[in-house]
Design a protein around this ligand. Structure first.
Ligand SMILES: Nc1ncnc2c1ncn2[C@@H]1O[C@H](COP(=O)(O)OP(=O)(O)OP(=O)(O)O)[C@@H](O)[C@H]1O
Ligand SMILES: [Mg+2]
Length: 260
């Protein structure tokens, strides 16, 4: 019998991370499958951002393994991580645009570091990415003159600039009004389906977590307490997930309709 098997882009086993006495992650087991949109949920301080930083090699784990695209990168030296990072995009929680650089230079930042494209190709790629996030032609603007929603989208353009296989989005909708939340959610999907990018999101926004994900993973007590489809998590009935489910239902009732 022909059986389709999901390909794991990330296979994470027993991942642990502490800062001094603060044990943040005890033993994280998580698989991320090619093409899916998986969302990490969990209360503030549960370690979602730390997990994403481990997944892109900006922090190093104390124990456990990270296999990315079949390659064990857990103890890879920085020069190998630089290569691996070319296949991973990241939107940081605090949008991390450089206020001293214009939009074009912000979007081009990672591309220049990678030293693969020449300046003409970088300019073309920057324009293409800005168009993909519905901000064509704003190359010469400065971050300080952009709205919060625009800054997020410039951050998205930078995250996808190197055509990564996977993008890690840390709180992509934080601080946005409900209309922009829905807009950014749609944008993540258009980037995903348009370019086949696997999408990992960390968010406190239960509206987008439950409505826009293929799977959710609850980070609790330094572990993945549960991973599954939104329906599976709703039906789980565990007190640890109840507040998240309730909040998603409350928000769903007041979901705005968005002109596209
Ligand atoms: N570089 C660091 N040095 C020391 N402690 C850190 C560092 N980064 C994170 N922590 C600690 O790790 C814990 C988890 O933080 P993290 O930012 O991952 O939480 P989070 O789940 O992303 O929260 P939020 O939903 O508020 O974004 C916190 O206790 C935080 O203080
Ligand atoms: Mg965080």
């Amino acid at each position: 019998m022909l059986r389709l098997r999901a390909v794991a882009l990330y296979e994470i086993r027993g991942l642990a991370k502490r800062f001094g006495d603060n044990v943040v992650l005890q033993s994280i087991d998580l698989e991320v499958f090619e093409g899916e949109r998986i969302t990490l949920i969990g209360k503030s301080g549960s370690g979602k951002s730390v997990l994403l930083k481990l997944m892109i090699g900006l922090l190093r784990p104390d124990a456990g393994t990270i296999v990315f695209e079949g390659e064990d990168v857990t103890r890879a030296p920085e020069r190998e991580w630089i290569e691996v990072r070319k296949r991973i995009g990241m939107l940081f929680q605090w949008d991390a645009l450089f206020d001293s650089l214009d939009v074009a230079d912000n979007v081009a930042y990672g591309l220049r570091e990678q030293r693969v494209l020449d300046e003409a190709a970088i300019a073309a790629r920057v324009s293409e990415c800005l168009a993909q996030v519905s901000l064509p032609g704003i190359e010469a603007m400065w971050p300080a003159s952009l709205s919060g929603g625009m800054r997020k989208r410039v951050g998205l353009a930078r995250a996808i600039a190197s055509r990564p296989d996977v993008v890690l989005y840390d709180e992509p909708t934080e601080g946005l009004d409900p209309i922009n939340v829905t807009r950014v959610d749609r944008l993540l999907d258009s980037l995903r389906f348009g370019s086949g990018v696997t999408t990992v999101v960390a968010t406190q926004n239960m509206q987008s977590a439950f409505n826009a994900s293929d799977r959710l993973a609850l980070v609790h007590g330094g572990m993945i307490a549960k991973a599954g489809t939104p329906d599976e998590l709703r039906e789980w009935g565990d007190p640890r997930i109840e507040p998240f489910v309730r909040s998603s239902e409350l928000r769903a009732k007041t979901r705005p309709s968005v002109p596209s």
